[in-house]
Design a protein around this ligand. Structure first.
Ligand code: DHE
Length: 514
C-alpha cells in the first residue's frame, strides 16, 4: 500500500513538473496569436504557417523574440522546458480543420479610414518605373523610384508576404498576400494602403484577372479558392476545391492566364488542373470527359457557363509550379513524384509531352526568350546547381548549364542579352551567375557579399539596371549596371526578398516570372 501511494505521488509530481504547452499558450501567447492559434495581431501558429520553423529554430524565436516586431523574448519568463512545451504545442496540427466562411472573410475586411485617393501620382517619378521591394525582415515594402532609386514610401505589410505582389493592369494598385491569407491593397499613386482582408487561413499566392476586376487567392486552409473584388476587397465567390471523386484538395497556386481570360489552378491533392473563367460570357466550359481504363467507359460531365465557370483537366499525377508559353496554350508543370516536367495543352485539355527535369525544377521562376528564331525557356533547380534550357517548340532539352549551386530565381529583360541566376543554398550561396542568352555560357559570376545570401534579380523598366537582394536582416538592395555589371548603388534594406517593377509586370515582360 505504502509503495502504491509512493508511486502515485511520484506520478503526480512528474505530472506537476511537466510543463503544459497548452496552458502556457493560453496565458502568454493567445492574446496576440488567438486562442484558436489562427492568428490575431500576431501570425497564425499552426504547422502550415510555421513551415520550416521547427524544433530548435522555433524555440529560439520564443526565447529571443523577433527583432523589429511585437514578438517579445520569453527566456526570462519561461524555463527551457516550458519553451519546448509551447513549441511542441504550436507545432501540433489543429484537432479539427478550421472553417473560414465567406461571412468570416467579409468580417475581416479592414478598409483604411484615412485613405484618400489621389487624382494623379503624388510624386514626380515615372509611375511605370516604380519598383517594389518586399522586406520580409520587418514586414514592409519599400516603393522605389526606378530612375533615381529614391525610396518614395515604406509601408507595413501583413507578416510573411509570399509570392509576387500583383498589379492592376494600369499599374496603379498593387495587391500583396501573406502566408496567413491576408490580401492587402495599396494605391501607388497615393502612396497609401487602401485596406486588407483575410481571404484564407493559410494561403499560397494570388492572381489578377485579365480585366483587373478580380483577385483569386489560392488556399491550403481551408481548401478553397477565394475570389475577391479588386475594387473594395469584398468577396465575390468562395469555391470549394474538390476533385472529381470527392477528394478535397489544397490549391498549390493560382495563375493568371490573361490571353485565355481565366485563372489556372494547380491542385496539390488530386490529379486535376482547374481553369476558372474570368470572362463573364465564358462557356459553356465543358468539364471534359472522365477517361476510365475500364474499356469503353467514358462519361461526359456537365458544362458550366459564365463568370467563374470551372473546367477540370485530368492529368496523370498532381502537378505544381507552372510555367506558361506565349498565348497560354500550353503549361509546363512539375510532377514531384517522377521529377519530370509535364506539358499540358490547355486547349485540348491533356498532357502532350514529358520533359526530363530531375532535381526539383522551379518552373514558377522560369523565363523565356527568342534564340535563333525559336522560343526557349530556362528553369533553375532547387536541389541541383544547374539550369535547364528547353526548346518550347518541340520540348527538347537544349542545354544544361552548370552553376555553382542550387538556385531559386532567374530574371532577364528584353533589353538585356543576359539572364541572371542566383545560388540560394550550399557553400556558394550568394553567387550570382550572369548567362549569355545566345551562347548559353556563364559570362560572369558576381559575389557581392561573400558568405551572405544574395538572390532574386529585377530589372528596371528599360533593362539598364539590375537590382539584387542581399537577403539578410541587415541586408541591402544592390543596383548593378546591367551591361558592365558594376555596382551603382547600395540601398540598406531589412531582409529584402522579391522586387517587382510595375512596367515589367504589367506588360508581362519575357524576362520576368508572371
Ligand atoms: Fe516561393 C513565388 C511556391 C518557398 C520566395 N513561390 C512563388 C510562387 C509559388 C511558390 C507557387 C509563385 C507565386 C506567385 O508569384 O504568384 N515557394 C513555393 C513553394 O512551394 C516553396 C518551395 C515552399 C513553401 O514554403 O511554400 C516556396 N518561396 C519559398 C521560400 O522559402 C522563399 C525563398 C522565401 C519566402 O519568402 O518564403 C520564397 N516565392 C518567393 C518569392 C516569390 C515566390 C520572392 C516571387 C518571385 C517572383 O519574382 O515573382
Amino acid at each position: 500500500m505504502i509503495r502504491l501511494i509512493a508511486s502515485f505521488s511520484l506520478l503526480a509530481s512528474a505530472a506537476l513538473a511537466a510543463p503544459d504547452g497548452a496552458t502556457i499558450y493560453a496565458d502568454l501567447c493567445s492574446s496576440c496569436h488567438a486562442q484558436t492559434r489562427l492568428g490575431g495581431t500576431g501570425p497564425a501558429l499552426i504547422p502550415e504557417s510555421l513551415g520550416r520553423l521547427k524544433g530548435d529554430k522555433l524555440e529560439a524565436v520564443i526565447a529571443e523574440g523577433r527583432a523589429m516586431t511585437q514578438m517579445p523574448a520569453f527566456k526570462a519568463t519561461l524555463t527551457p522546458g516550458e519553451i519546448a512545451a509551447v513549441a511542441s504545442y504550436v507545432s501540433a496540427p489543429l484537432a479539427e480543420a478550421p472553417l473560414w466562411t465567406e461571412a468570416e472573410i467579409a468580417a475581416s475586411r479592414d478598409l483604411n479610414p484615412g485613405y484618400s485617393p489621389a487624382t494623379a501620382p503624388v510624386f514626380a517619378a515615372d509611375p511605370m518605373n516604380i519598383t517594389l521591394v518586399v522586406e520580409t525582415g520587418d514586414s514592409h515594402i519599400s516603393v522605389l523610384d526606378g530612375d533615381t532609386f529614391e525610396v518614395l514610401d515604406r509601408f507595413e505589410t501583413p507578416f510573411a508576404v509570399h509570392g509576387g505582389p500583383k498589379f492592376s493592369p494600369d499599374g496603379r494598385y498593387v495587391f500583396v498576400m501573406s502566408r496567413d491569407g491576408w490580401v492587402q491593397k495599396y494605391d501607388i499613386w497615393s502612396l497609401q494602403e487602401v485596406g486588407r482582408v483575410r481571404a484564407g487561413l493559410n494561403s499560397r499566392n494570388i492572381a489578377m484577372s485579365h480585366d483587373g476586376k478580380w483577385i483569386a487567392v489560392a488556399n491550403y486552409l481551408p481548401m478553397t479558392l477565394t475570389i475577391l473584388s479588386t475594387g473594395d476587397l469584398s468577396v465575390a465567390k468562395v469555391i470549394e476545391v474538390t476533385g472529381r471523386k470527392g477528394t478535397p484538395s489544397r490549391v498549390s497556386a493560382v495563375y493568371q492566364a490573361p490571353d485565355r481570360e481565366s485563372f489556372i489552378l494547380a491542385l496539390k491533392d488530386v490529379p486535376e488542373i482547374w481553369e476558372v473563367a474570368t470572362d463573364p460570357d465564358a462557356g459553356p466550359y465543358h468539364d471534359g470527359f472522365v477517361h476510365s481504363h475500364e474499356a469503353g467507359m467514358e462519361e461526359s460531365l456537365a458544362a458550366e457557363k459564365g463568370l467563374f465557370a470551372r473546367r477540370r483537366i485530368d492529368v496523370s499525377a498532381p502537378l505544381d509550379d507552372f510555367f506558361f508559353d506565349h498565348g497560354y496554350r500550353n503549361l509546363i508543370g512539375a510532377n514531384r513524384e517522377g521529377e519530370t516536367g509535364v506539358v499540358v495543352n490547355l486547349d485540348v485539355g491533356r498532357e502532350i509531352a514529358d520533359l526530363p527535369l530531375p532535381g526539383m525544377p522551379h518552373l514558377g521562376s522560369g523565363i523565356s526568350w527568342m534564340r535563333d528564331g525559336r522560343r526557349v525557356m530556362a528553369v533553375p533547380h532547387l536541389n541541383e546547381g544547374r539550369i535547364s534550357v528547353i526548346d518550347m517548340t518541340d520540348w527538347s532539352l537544349v542545354k544544361t548549364i552548370e552553376t555553382s549551386g542550387p538556385g531559386f530565381f532567374l530574371r532577364s529583360h528584353d533589353g538585356s542579352p543576359y539572364f541572371w541566376a542566383d545560388v540560394f543554398t550550399g557553400p556558394n550561396k550568394g553567387q550570382m551567375h550572369i548567362i549569355d542568352k545566345e551562347t548559353l555560357e556563364v559570362v560572369k559570376v558576381l559575389t557581392p557579399e561573400p558568405g551572405k545570401t544574395v538572390a532574386h534579380t529585377e530589372f528596371t523598366k528599360d533593362g539598364r539596371h539590375a537590382l539584387v537582394s542581399v537577403w539578410e536582416q541587415d541586408g541591402a538592395v544592390i543596383v548593378f549596371d546591367a551591361t558592365t555589371f558594376e555596382e551603382v548603388r547600395r540601398l540598406p534594406m531589412v531582409k529584402p526578398s522579391g522586387k517587382y517593377n510595375v512596367w515589367n509586370k504589367i506588360t508581362f515582360e519575357d524576362g520576368t516570372s508572371h
